[in-house]
Design a protein around this ligand. Sequence first.
Ligand SMILES: Cc1ncc(COP(=O)(O)O)c(C=O)c1O
Length: 369
Amino acid sequence: MIENLRIEPVAETRPVVLPDSLGFGRVFTDRMFTQRYEAGRGWHDATIGPYRPITLDPATTVYHNGQMIFDGTKAYRRDDGNINLFRTALNAERFNESATRMGMPAVDVEAHVAAITELVRLEHRWVPDRPGTALYIRPVMIATEKTLEVRASREYLHYVILSPVAPYFADGFAPVSVYVSDDYVRAVRGGTGEAKTPGNYAGSVAATEVALAKGYQQVLWLDGVERRYIDEVGAMNIAFVIDGREIVTPTLTGAILKGITRRSLLELAPDLGYPVEERRITIDEVLEGLATGRISEIFGMGTGAVIAPVGRLHYRGDDIRVRDGQPGPVATRLYEELTGLQYGRRPDPYGWTTTIDVTAAGFASGAGA
Ligand SMILES: Cc1ncc(COP(=O)(O)O)c(C=O)c1O
């Protein structure tokens, strides 16, 4: 519990009935966390209450200058019925880094994590237990002052909602196809690429539509200046397996999201015997590596998909198969190890997981899905 966190009663909680095809972020739970900020007063009115619409004046600044951030983490159903959170404090720290970049106030990391923990504990019935599923946790902050002036808002709303989800890609741990965008760019150093702010995603929609229309699932972004260096995929960081063992991933230049899955895999991989290197890597090196066989695997890394092997890549009219469209051994091993930790199927020597005990007295067990 956190001090000053008000828990409002929720009049009606629904039975947890999840559709067979759960999708990603279509179903939401009965409760949400909210707190408000005013300049000079700070954060106040921390509340867990019913999930409900937010009503804002049409002149509210978020609708005009887009001052808004979000983040994403997951709660995982363990085999014993309890629930694991995974490195939630890192998400809270990244949320604050995004806030700073967008001229917004930071939240208290401990209070943010405590609010998430309490919300998930109250909504534990919604953590699904089908393979690959989880409860997605979406913290958001929006600027709520009524003004058309382009400057930092003096008022904000911070909220957290929860959504039981299937893996981001419908086929789960199966290869995805990526389209290298040669004309649009996502971010440049000094811009907002490192912040989790909607403008980055809105700016990627047109390119994603092109990719989808051509039969690819995600856009692979090159750097915004020279358009040679690999940055990241739509909602994932990216890595390449060189000489069968070494994992190479682009350096965090400021234009790339600092993925928590990326960071976890970079920390985990050496313990599994895979050396890692963070460096800039050009699209030409990737194409040559695929042609010579030096690059044997490509995979995306992110909370939604965990690890998504890349089976096909499009660049300037060429469609290049990777591993004949099959997942590789390195991605498969990393997927098993990381999900093993997240779902509590393996001991966690890193201290990355926090278990919420919901099978104790007072909480009925059963995922309900
Ligand atoms: C643009 C982008 N890159 C990378 C990631 C992966 O980050 P994480 O592993 O923290 O989910 C995400 C997902 O949040 C993303 O949206």
